[in-house]
Design a protein. Structure first.
Lengths: 275, 163
């Protein structure tokens, strides 16, 4: 017995390390456990509240740039509003002629980003709106520029959204001009990647990407980004397409949560057919 | 006991600072890990055992509080192993000398690299993210930034040394 105690005492540091490693691995294995997820949603409330308090600290370094960008956007938007007004009138007239139904627009809730988490490949933002405001998991988050991400956790007054710069964020996207579909994801670089696009398909630098109707999370037509580079590797069936997101995912401070949830009947059918 | 309570209070304060204030220091999505600096300071001052336990507890709290942006247990694993490894630099009675010299910066740099490499080895399993890209664009800049921030405690400890 004394020998055992002596051995334990001699190697106690190694034993503690082994225990810590085993416990950590056990926790990693249970990361997606529902109980762990609900425990995390409790921490969102606390952290969201604290981050909200720190939100009063202004980002002075970016104010000048932001003002310049806002002035330029203001000018562009004024022109765009005028063009859109004319287009809406024309669109209404044409729809009437064709007997088409008016497309539904999604209601939205304005939200402030009160916290950002930069944890390597899992960038998330904390919003100051939650379940009490009607926010639910999987709702899209957009800025005035384009798609930002989707809600992944909610509490009564706060919610957490994955941005497009998140390793688990994958979405169906479509090239607006040529209607070519692909899967948009992020691999840790400064841009997004559109994958599964055959070399023969027409994608050009400057093309705009929007959400596809194949997406089970996002409504179709939300602007995502601009193709910044295309490359064809020899021996590969697909092309490499780099996309710069339209929304400034690191500096945007105000976003909108679209009150859109995918049709559960469609999801159920797709899941059933996938089995 | 007094020292233990001081470490606990410091840990909580640093955790909150890490979660609330560190995003303001982000440079191109790279942030310093001040909790890791604290674990390394503990390893140099108190040795392997204290640093391993502190690394595990602080990493676990960080994983929990970071919510969706972290994998539960991963920071705990990386920080406890780093605390243990850095604990080899512990030398009775010479802690302040180490902490107040440039040697501390080297220890933090090496510790942060080990931490990030370990973190990514597990974190990138089952993803299409390239391990080399992760090391080059995130682990190394993150370790360098953490090392840069550790200049602050280094100056603090260099002033604590008896003349």
């Amino acid at each position: 017995m004394r020998q055992i105690l002596s051995a334990v005492s001699q190697y106690k540091e190694y034993l503690v390390l082994t225990a810590c490693i085993l416990l950590s691995l056990l926790l990693i294995a249970t990361d997606s456990n529902p109980q762990i997820r609900s425990l995390r949603s409790v921490t969102i409330v606390t952290i969201g509240f604290l981050q909200d308090m720190f939100d009063v600290i202004p980002d002075y370094f970016n104010l000048r740039d932001e003002n310049r960008i806002l002035r330029s956007q203001n000018l562009t938007l004024s022109e765009e509003v005028s063009l859109r007004r004319n287009a809406a009138i024309e669109n209404g007239r044409l729809r009437e002629m064709l007997g088409l139904k008016e497309q539904t627009r999604y209601d939205n809730i304005a939200a402030n980003i009160v916290g950002r988490n930069f944890q390597f490949f899992r960038n998330t933002i904390t919003l100051d709106v939650g379940e009490n405001d009607g926010v639910r998991v999987d709702m899209p988050v957009v800025s005035h520029e384009g798609l930002v991400g989707r809600v992944v956790a909610t509490s009564s007054g706060y919610s957490v959204a994955r941005t497009l710069f998140h390793r688990e964020m994958k979405t169906s996207a479509k090239v607006e001009r040529s209607r070519v579909d692909g899967i948009l994801g992020w691999n840790g670089a400064t841009h997004l990647m559109l994958t599964n696009v055959a070399k023969t398909l027409d994608v050009q630098v400057g093309d705009r990407l929007v959400t596809s109707e194949y997406s089970s999370v996002f409504p179709p037509g939300l602007p995502i980004g601009i193709v910044s580079r295309t490359q064809e590797e020899t021996g590969d069936l697909f092309q490499t397409i780099e996309v710069i997101p339209l929304a400034d995912l690191y500096r945007t401070e105000e976003v909108f949560v679209l009150l859109y949830t995918p049709d559960p009947a469609r999801i159920a059918l797709e899941e059933e057919s996938a089995r | 006991m007094k020292r233990f309570l001081l470490y606990c209070a410091l840990s909580i304060a640093l955790l909150l600072v890490h979660l609330m204030m560190v995003p303001f220091l982000a440079l191109a999505n790279v942030v310093p890990d001040i909790v890791l600096i604290f674990v390394i300071v503990l390893a140099v001052m108190e040795g392997r055992m204290a640093a391993t336990i502190a690394g595990f507890c602080l990493g676990l709290l960080l994983d929990l509080l970071a919510g969706e942006s972290s994998v539960l247990g991963l920071s705990a694993l990386a920080k406890s192993v780093t605390g243990f490894a850095v604990g080899y630099s512990f030398s009775e009675g010479r802690a302040l000398q180490t902490l107040g010299s440039y040697r501390f910066l080297v220890i933090v740099g090496a510790g942060a690299l080990l931490h990030n490499a370990l973190y990514f080895t597990i974190y990138l399993q089952g993803t299409s993210v390239s391990f080399v890209d992760a090391i080059v664009f995130h682990a190394v800049p993150g370790a360098l930034y953490t090392m840069l921030i550790s200049v602050i405690p280094m100056f603090f400890f260099s002033r604590q040394q008896p003349q």
